[in-house]
Design a protein around this ligand. Sequence first.
Ligand SMILES: NC(=O)c1ccc[n+]([C@@H]2O[C@H](COP(=O)([O-])OP(=O)(O)OC[C@H]3O[C@@H](n4cnc5c(N)ncnc54)[C@H](O)[C@@H]3O)[C@@H](O)[C@H]2O)c1
Length: 250
Amino acid sequence: MSLDGKVAVVTGAASGIGRASAIRLAQDGADVAVMDLNADGLNETAKLVEETGRKSIPIAFDLLDRQALASAFDKVKQELGFIEILHNNAGGSLREENKPFPAADAGQWDYFIALNLTAAADCTRAVVGDMKERRTGRIINTSSERAFIGGPGMTDYSAAKAGILGFTKSLALELARYQITVNAVCPGITRTPILDRMPDEYLKKSVESVPLKRMAEPEEIAHAVSFFASPGAGYVTGEHLLVAGGRTIH
Ligand SMILES: NC(=O)c1ccc[n+]([C@@H]2O[C@H](COP(=O)([O-])OP(=O)(O)OC[C@H]3O[C@@H](n4cnc5c(N)ncnc54)[C@H](O)[C@@H]3O)[C@@H](O)[C@H]2O)c1
């Protein structure tokens, strides 16, 4: 298997895209530490990872708590070893409330920028020193089609997801000399629990606007993550891959 002997960390792995990514990286051969707020979902993901024959450590904590984050990454290094693959995936929005920008308070803005952008930088900071020393590493960030097309009621979310792309490109340039690649996957509407909180009418309209006329399955996003993590993608850096059913084609 292409990732045999490697260690990966996936954040936001209690459900949806993060769970699918953790399982796929394990199917590719990696041991996978999974991180999320949701302890029950995380334990289930760890069980599914172990069913592939690989090791998993579930670590439940709030990614916005920097001390807890540092301890979590230390634990992974101690128990599994060098972290060669990091999938910064945790995120979310208030799409279900569709709050217009002037109605959303500054605290809401800070929270979604912290969750979707700053937490990815913090997790990266926790692994990048070892990656530089060993001159190898894969950092994969979850952005969104919303970085490209925006969306009413999503100013904080699309700003953070566009920010992730700027982060990806600059970091790719900084780390290229160490053979560390940094890329982003940009999902379109994907069948995950994030959608449970959204009105049916909104979901129906969204799917109608997708040229492929369906949602993505989380496994289809995980396939793109697996590509960026694979040895064959070693010459791909600073890129983003839209997995959005054609919605961003103009
Ligand atoms: N589903 C979609 O349509 C879609 C589209 C584009 C981008 N995305 C992005 O994909 C990523 C995964 O989302 P998903 O659709 O799988 O939804 P999801 O709700 O299944 O996964 C998000 C996970 O992040 C976790 N999380 C939230 N805040 C956290 C915190 N402070 N600390 C630790 N964990 C936290 C949640 O508990 C959850 O398990 C997100 O970044 C999301 O923005 C999703």
